[in-house]
Design a protein. Structure first.
Length: 268
């Protein structure tokens, strides 16, 4: 039996920096949920966020990110409406809104906070607040996705090697590789995808490739998360077991690593 209260007191008691971050992410999710419902766009909680819904009815107590997924067709629609629909306290961060952004998935950022992740990829991005991740799913063979990962992997190697002094002179390479992949390589790969049978996985260029089974996903249902109901896969157990195995088993909590390096949250 999981002692939820003990975990909360250890990792994210009310008023703690992590709990304040989680509540700010929840605010973003509520807003994205409103916009998706308004425009009939389907999405669902995913990854650790979905584990949180299944195991804790909210955030995993030590979790410092929030993930949602949707099909590629819905993702493209959402990218068009979010800039006009988000409140001034939030911003869409994508390949279209930030010239130095190089992830092939989007973030919605809070503008009343400043966050520095341990990877420090974010040091070149326009928006640097608390965020949620929005992942598109695309039907593709594994070899095609691995090719797209490798092609974008050059960007990560550049960013991992570069220090703060090198970054200005290296960003042209990052932008060139990202744009080549987006506008030349990916359209070719999408054409090839249409010629083959495959399952959905993360979109092209995203450095994860575990599959999703749409028969476990649709039609979507709802589950409680931090006192609200949000969309989740039809068969949460099957979806989580596919990705994580025994997702109800607690990890070694003494070995928990958070994503955030530095965080400052402004009061409302």
């Amino acid at each position: 039996m999981i002692d939820q209260q003990a975990l909360r007191q250890r990792f994210n008691p009310d008023g703690s920096l992590l709990r304040r971050q989680q509540m700010r992410m929840l605010e973003i999710l509520i807003e994205v949920d409103r916009i998706c419902k308004k425009h009939n766009i389907q999405y669902w909680l995913s990854s650790g966020t979905l584990i949180g819904a299944a195991r804790h009815k909210g955030f995993i107590p030590w979790d410092d990110d929030l993930d949602i997924e949707m099909l590629w067709s819905d993702y493209k629609r959402l990218m068009k409406v979010l800039p006009q629909e988000l409140p001034p306290t939030m911003a869409l961060q994508s390949l279209d809104t930030d010239p130095n952004y190089f992830f092939f998935y989007a973030k919605v950022r809070d503008r009343r906070s400043h966050l520095e992740e341990a990877t420090r990829y974010d040091r070149v991005w326009r928006e640097q607040g608390i965020y949620i991740d929005i992942f598109p799913l695309y039907k593709q063979p594994l070899w095609i996705h691995m090719l797209s990962e490798h092609a974008q992997g050059h960007v990560y190697r550049i960013m991992n090697r570069a220090n703060d002094q090198q970054i200005p002179s290296d960003m042209w390479k990052v932008r060139l590789i990202t744009r080549f992949n987006r506008f030349i390589l990916h359209p070719i790969l999408r054409f090839l995808c249409r010629l083959s049978k495959a399952r959905e996985t993360y979109g092209l260029g995203i450095p994860y490739h575990d599959p999703r089974h749409m028969e476990d996903t649709f039609p979507l249902t709802e589950a409680e998360f931090e006192g609200h109901l949000f969309p989740v896969p039809k068969d949460m157990h099957a979806a989580l077991t596919l990705k994580y195995g025994d997702y109800m088993r607690m990890p070694d909590i003494d070995k928990i690593n958070l994503h955030v390096g530095k965080l400052d949250i402004q009061d409302d």
